[in-house]
Design a protein around this ligand. Structure first.
Ligand code: SAH
Ligand code: SF4
Ligand code: F3S
Length: 470
């Protein structure tokens, strides 16, 4: 068990901050940054809501289920606050995309909530807390969520960026936010606002600060990360610049849109050693009719041609995607076209969802909404195919030796866990000193969710030498 960190002399007394994160990696990044801006106020992160002074729910609005989870969590927190004397002083803040999309409704429907704060305003949390005074009752009704000002947010976070507390050798780094694509099913353009790219200089500063703290791998984040235009030459130029940061050995990026996958970025996959052979490139459907209704602005054929070009640059690349089944008007034939596309691509991993009707989006009012049972059947068939492809991809790595960045201890003593270049989880027997190191692992077996292997001989010798007294 680790003790709570001692408050530094002269700093504010320790307050307990619990953050629960839903949704995408960008929310994970934002949650870390919220902890960074609250740290100077004396808030330290704890791992349960019991006894917390402040609970932040960093929410997701992408599907109905995701949004509904927030209301049940607020209900649980309200009970905790009423029944547990240690939690009586707890403030509840709702941040993220639900806060942005339904801020007013939240305030009405969940009066237990003290603060509502959208994704472009969380840097103002300290201000909001200070203004609200010490008592919870006075804090009620504060809401900061309506304006989109990504630029202001990132400027405000620039100081804390250098003070970012890293939690392991792999870190997220947001480089782009927002979306101008307006796929007809999607809430993101409404919750995150227009596309905004951070200037390359600020990103490089943050990356250097991370590398100085031992980070070896960064995943560049953006709702449309390959639309990045904060540097001449776009994302490809940014990747090349980051590859030059001493200590940063691995670069990944997510999520990309097929429309923004330009020749320079494809070339980078063949040329930049630090750019890992993994690409998440959602296609959503394999039917041109559905793609058109979704406003994806590409066809199944153009996506397949793009995949060919990417594989020509980097033949071993692991491809990943997102799929929606049961989009309004999707017929059996449309769905078969999706299966055909999946068979043609051969994905290493994928995420697939039943279409969820989101208020305010164009698809929500389209005719021919698909029956839930049909959606469920289609999803099951698609997932069975994708799962078989994933297992096939993993099985093909057995017998190979791959470099693994070890990130943490395994569940069993003497075990360490890391990731392959293809983003597969890999277990191996080895000393804890390997955490933060990249070592060769000979893959010996595949499990349902990860691979296992043994340290390549020269690495094992080195590891043993590191453990022996000098
Ligand atoms: N910007 C990314 C994806 C963001 S949302 C992109 O363009 O690919 C992540 C995924 O959630 C989407 O790719 C899509 O597959 C899914 N999604 C978004 N809206 C949805 C909805 N209304 N119903 C079901 N799935 C949805
Ligand atoms: Fe949503 Fe489409 Fe934008 Fe992705 S590109 S965030 S799916 S609107
Ligand atoms: Fe969800 Fe917002 Fe991310 S809606 S997927 S948390 S951008």
């Amino acid at each position: 068990m680790t003790a709570a960190p001692e408050p530094q002399a002269g700093s504010a007394p320790e307050k307990r901050l619990f953050i629960k994160t839903y949704g995408c990696q960008m929310n994970v990044y934002d949650s870390e940054r919220m902890a960074d801006v609250l740290r100077p106020l004396g808030y330290g992160v704890v791992d349960s809501p019991e006894g917390a002074d402040l609970v932040v729910l960093n929410t997701c609005h992408i599907r109905e289920k995701a949004a509904e989870k927030v209301y049940s969590e607020i209900g649980r927190l309200k009970e905790l606050r009423a029944e547990d004397p240690a939690s009586a002083g707890m403030s509840i803040a709702v941040a993220g995309c639900v806060a942005q999309a339904e801020g007013q409704e939240l305030m009405n429907r969940a009066p237990a909530v003290d603060f509502v704060i959208g994704p472009q305003a969380f840097h103002k949390l300290p201000e909001l807390i200070a203004q609200s005074g010490k008592t919870r009752s006075r804090a009620r009704g504060e809401r900061l969520s309506s304006e989109f000002a990504a630029e202001e947010k990132f400027d405000a976070l620039a100081g804390p960026a250098a003070a970012r507390k890293v939690t392991g050798p792999a870190a997220f780094l947001t480089v782009q936010e927002g979306c101008d694509k307006f796929c007809t099913f999607c809430v993101v353009p409404y919750t995150r606002g227009a596309e905004f790219s951070r200037p390359a200089g600020a990103i490089l500063d943050e990356a250097r600060a991370l590398a100085d703290q031992g980070v070896r791998e960064v995943t560049l984040l953006g709702q449309n990360v390959n639309a990045y235009d904060g540097a001449p030459g776009g994302l490809a130029a940014l990747v090349r610049a980051l590859a030059g940061v001493p200590g940063l050995d691995r670069i990944r990026y997510t999520t990309s849109h097929p429309r923004d996958m330009d020749a320079a970025l494809i070339a980078a996959h063949g040329e930049v050693e630090a750019l890992m052979p993994y690409l998440h490139l959602p296609v959503q459907s394999g039917s041109d009719r559905v793609l058109k209704a979704m406003n994806r602005a590409h066809t199944a054929e153009s996506y397949l041609r793009l995949i060919e070009r990417i594989r020509a640059a980097r033949p071993d690349i692991a491809l990943s995607g997102d799929f929606i089944v049961g989009f309004p008007g999707e017929t059996d034939a449309d769905f078969e076209a999706t299966l055909a596309l999946v068979r043609a691509v051969r994905y290493a991993s994928a995420f697939s969802f039943k279409y969820s009707r989101r208020p305010g989006t164009p698809a929500a009012s389209m005719p021919d909404q698909v029956d839930e049972t049909v959606k469920a059947e289609r999803l099951a068939r698609l997932q069975a195919l994708l799962e078989a492809q994933r297992q096939g991809f993993n099985a093909a790595v057995v017998g190979r030796t791959v470099p693994v960045l070890f990130e943490r201890k395994g569940r069993f003593a003497g075990q360490v866990v890391g990731r392959s270049p293809y983003l597969q989880g890999v277990f191996a027997e080895g000393p804890e000193t390997l955490i933060g190191q990249i070592a060769g692992v000979e893959i010996t077996a595949t499990g349902p969710n990860s691979l296992s292997g043994r340290l390549a001989q020269n690495t094992a010798d080195q590891a043993t030498a590191m453990m022996e007294p000098a």
